[in-house]
Design a protein around this ligand. Structure first.
Ligand code: ADP
Ligand code: MG
Length: 249
C-alpha cells in the first residue's frame, strides 16, 4: 500500500457491498441476503436486529469470513478481504476480527486462561510459543482481570456460570487486539442480569477503548444500548436512527 492509498479516518472499519446469499434445500431456494450494504465507521457500535431467521447470523458470518457470500464484497479498513486466498483469510480472522457467539464455543478441556491464550498459540505456532508464552500469559491474565475473572483463571468452562463463560469468550476475542468485534446474540443464553453485564462490558470497550463493534441481537432493549441500530428484513438492511455513530449505507 502506498502513502496515497492509506485509509483515511473516514474509511469504514468494516463494510459490505451488495452481499447476496441463498440456501438451497431440496427444490426450494431461500434468498437470505439480497444486496446488503452495511458500513461501520471506526470506533462505531452498531446493533443488527431482525426476526429469527432474517439472516443476522449469516450476515455476521460473512463479515467474519466464516462463510462466503454468493456475490458481493467485504471490506475491512479499506481493504477488500472476501476474495483473498484462504491463508490470508485465516490470518485476518486471527489478527483483525474478534468473534463472540451465543454458545460461547470455549474448549471444554482448557482452563479460562488457556482458552484466552489459544488464539495467540495459533498465531505464534507451537515452535515459537515458548518465547512468547510469558508475555501472552500476562496479557491474558490482565484481560481476564478486567472482566472480573482473576479468581477464575484455572477454572474450566463447566465450572463457570454462563456470564463468566461469555466474559472468557470476549477476552479470547480481544487477546489478538482485533480491529472489529462481531458478536452474535452474546446474551442469548444468559439471564437478564448477566446479559446486562455483557452488554455493559461491550459498551465500555467501545467507549473507553474505541473498539468497533457489531452486535447482533433480536432484543430491542439490548440493541438500544448500541450507538446505532440496523434492521435486517427481507434480505436487506435499513438504518433505524440515522445520525448515530456507525452508519448503514
Ligand atoms: P438469524 O440469525 O437471523 O436467526 P440465520 O442467518 O441463522 O438467521 O438464518 C437465516 C435463514 O437461513 C434461516 O431461515 C435459516 O434456516 C437458513 N439457513 C441458515 N443456514 C443455513 C444452511 N446452512 N442451509 C440452509 N439454510 C440455512
Ligand atoms: Mg442467529
Amino acid at each position: 500500500m502506498t502513502d496515497l492509498e492509506m485509509p483515511s479516518n473516514e474509511t469504514p472499519i468494516l463494510e459490505t457491498r451488495q452481499i447476496y446469499k441463498r440456501y438451497q434445500s431440496g427444490t426450494t431456494t431461500l434468498e437470505v441476503l439480497r444486496g446488503v450494504d452495511f458500513s461501520l465507521e471506526q470506533g462505531g457500535f452498531l446493533a443488527v436486529v431482525g426476526q429469527s431467521g432474517s439472516g443476522k447470523s449469516t450476515l455476521l458470518h460473512v463479515m467474519g469470513l466464516l462463510d462466503a457470500p454468493d456475490s458481493g464484497e467485504v471490506w475491512i479498513n479499506g481493504q477488500r478481504i472476501d476474495n483473498l486466498p484462504a491463508r490470508d483469510k485465516d490470518r485476518l480472522r486471527n489478527n483483525s476480527i474478534g468473534m463472540v457467539f451465543q454458545a460461547y464455543h470455549l474448549l471444554p478441556e482448557f482452563t479460562a486462561l488457556e482458552n484466552v491464550l489459544a488464539p495467540l498459540l495459533i498465531r505464534h505456532g507451537i515452535v515459537n510459543w515458548f518465547s512468547q508464552k510469558r508475555a501472552a500469559q500476562e496479557q491474558a491474565e490482565a484481560l481476564l482481570e478486567r472482566f472480573g475473572l482473576s479468581d477464575r483463571l484455572h477454572h474450566r468452562p463447566r465450572q463457570l456460570s454462563g456470564g463468566e463463560m461469555q466474559r472468557v469468550a470476549i477476552a479470547r476475542a480481544l487477546i489478538t487486539k482485533p480491529q472489529v468485534l462481531l458478536a452474535d446474540e452474546p446474551t442469548g443464553n444468559l439471564d437478564e442480569e448477566s446479559g446486562a453485564g455483557i452488554i455493559e462490558a461491550l459498551a465500555e470497550l467501545n467507549r473507553d477503548n474505541g473498539l468497533s463493534i457489531v452486535l447482533v441481537t433480536h432484543d430491542a432493549d439490548i440493541a438500544s444500548q448500541a450507538r446505532g441500530i440496523v434492521r435486517l428484513a427481507a434480505g436487506t438492511v435499513d438504518m433505524m436512527n440515522p445520525g448515530a455513530t456507525g452508519s448503514a449505507a
